[in-house]
Write a protein that binds this ligand. Sequence first.
Ligand SMILES: Cc1cc2nc3c(=O)[nH]c(=O)nc-3n(C[C@H](O)[C@H](O)[C@H](O)COP(=O)(O)OP(=O)(O)OC[C@H]3O[C@@H](n4cnc5c(N)ncnc54)[C@H](O)[C@@H]3O)c2cc1C
Length: 572
Amino acid sequence: MSEALPQSCDLLVIGSGAGGLAAAVTAAALGLDVVVVEKDSHFGGTTAWSGGWMWIPRNPLARAAGIDEDEEIIRTYLRHELGADYDETFVTTLLEQGPRMVSFFQRETAVDFVDGNLIPDFHGKSPGAGTGGRSLCAKPFDGRALGARLKDLRPPLEEVAPFGMNIGSGADLRHFLNATRKLPSFLHVLQRLARHFADRAGHGRGLHLVNGNALAARLLKSADDLGVTLRSNTAAIEMLREGDQIAGAVVEAGGRRQSIRAARGVVLATGGFPHDTKRKAELFPHAPTGREHWSAAPSANTGDGIRLGEAVGGHVEPGLPNAGAWAPVSLVPKPDGSVGRFPHLIERAKPGAIMIRRDGQRFCNEADSYHDVMQALFAATPPGEPAECWLICDHAFLRRYGLGRARPRPFPIGSWLQNGYLRRGDTIEALAAACGIDGAGLSETVTQYNREAEQGRDPAFGRGDTPYNRMQGDPEHRPNPCVGPIGPGPFFAVKIAPGSLGTFAGLKTDASARVLDGEGAPIPGLYAVGNDMSSMMAGRYPAGGITLGPAMTFGYVAAHHASGVPLANNRF
Ligand SMILES: Cc1cc2nc3c(=O)[nH]c(=O)nc-3n(C[C@H](O)[C@H](O)[C@H](O)COP(=O)(O)OP(=O)(O)OC[C@H]3O[C@@H](n4cnc5c(N)ncnc54)[C@H](O)[C@@H]3O)c2cc1C
């Protein structure tokens, strides 16, 4: 039987991803009585499915490793990337409070981090671009520490987690890709699998939590440790007001409605609008009905927080160049008839895969970020046509790196060919026919690409030209980790649809995360964080981690504001 809902608290947090839980944990540590309501049956939101990377320049782990960047160089990069939308106040808050947030979580909570000291920013040719030390990931976490709470944590995203086992970025992933080629990698994978299956037998799920699952688990553990009241299956449906002040919310749990009053305010943290069809139709030009877009975020993220904010005077920032964090996805048929969304974040950059439109032509540097690849696809798609393309490779590539949900050797691929997810052709022309694309165009494209790829070059799009490209490639492939010829056959393809990792457009706030009304004045007692807050990157995507870094930082900032505890401004 579910526990009764409290009728009042100091701070009510709506949504349990990184933004909401960072605010909740910080506020509880500052002495507030905090309630978190979560609509889904699990806590963790998109955060629990994510890579868990947070962009926090000048963070304590980088500094401890001797990476001591001048703030000005980071500002230069952001000025270049954000153009007229560069907002000095938000940038200063991220640069000053981001590192403090990291130290706070390390010192006071169960949240801990590993460094991203080798991870470059996306746009290595822009002035001020970083080559490492600007990001962090959650440290792997032993799920046993969550005790009975473990069952409430959202499991990893099925599409990217073989047997429900998340693979950590970096060394863990490299071992998995080399498992059939190198003995140490084989032994690593064997040991990971053995532990995973033992955990599953004993606990119903894997316990070695990595990436975003570790971040959500660590935040959840911290919230429990600090006495935060956590309620799942409980959706906020209406805001409560007392005069101008936001005084709580009406929530619905098990068909019953109840008010929760919140003396210090309410934090909206429902993860943006990746599954709000109406708003997608308004803000995603490639999705005129809202249905031509397949977000990889969980289906419970239906834009509730933004609507709740608008109902009390908040407004959504219009006109961002990109209202979402675009990502190529493939649609994965499941035995129960549902469709999974596989986010293509990694294999595109490996040597020997290219992306082509139905005219058989390439349109982008496939090793660029997921967001940039999709922007290029939108630009290349003629008006009225669906923004779709194909990711193609040869047999050796497929078995070495995998292609979407069709995993590398030793995983079998027969079922993916049978259900049509994976297309196959003995020749390039036969593959084109299997995909319904221009065979002569594709043949000419592959011939031209291969002519240069033999030398490790890609003059058409410059694959491998940036540190980010090269990091995403195969470090063992020479001379260019991102470029290799395609062939001999057979050849394979997966269809790519427009998707996203989350949304960027959100409620306009100030740099204390207070929601602003149409006149730009803060609505007393109302905060928005995570993807309910309009992204400080204003629809640009300069680096991995630019949603979770600000989500954690502005959650921390909002909690200070609601608590009345001033933010310290001393530098690290
Ligand atoms: C595969 C993948 C990889 C990614 N990797 C990264 C990465 O490495 N770095 C990065 O920065 N970003 C990454 N992202 C994006 C990132 O995960 C999201 O932008 C981020 O998690 C959003 O955090 P949030 O707190 O705003 O929302 P969420 O984590 O989505 O949490 C919102 C929660 O609110 C709940 N909710 C919704 N409506 C209500 C309601 N009415 N009442 C109560 N609760 C409600 C939802 O159920 C959900 O649990 C990735 C995304 C995906 C899909």
